[in-house]
Design a protein around this ligand. Structure first.
Ligand code: SF4
Length: 62
């Protein structure tokens, strides 16, 4: 599983980072980013939870 945050859609609400702090983090611009594009096996459900929490569908599963 790979995830990507579209910075143009991210409104920096912080939901994904609160729910999935081992998968998403803030970038230098104050938007969310995936810590690693390729999500390790044991963090996939956490990644999915963060993805589903996004109000603007900025997080894409690749
Ligand atoms: S949940 Fe979506 S809008 Fe909110 S910080 Fe994460 S990527 Fe950005």
């Amino acid at each position: 599983m790979k995830v990507y945050v579209d910075p143009d859609l991210c409104i920096a609400c912080g939901a994904c980072i609160s729910l999935s702090p081992e998968v998403y983090d803030w970038d230098e611009e104050g938007k969310a980013k995936a810590i690693a594009e390729e999500v390790p096996e044991d963090k996939q459900s956490e990644a999915q939870e963060g993805l589903e929490s996004c109000p603007t569908e900025a997080i894409k599963q690749l």
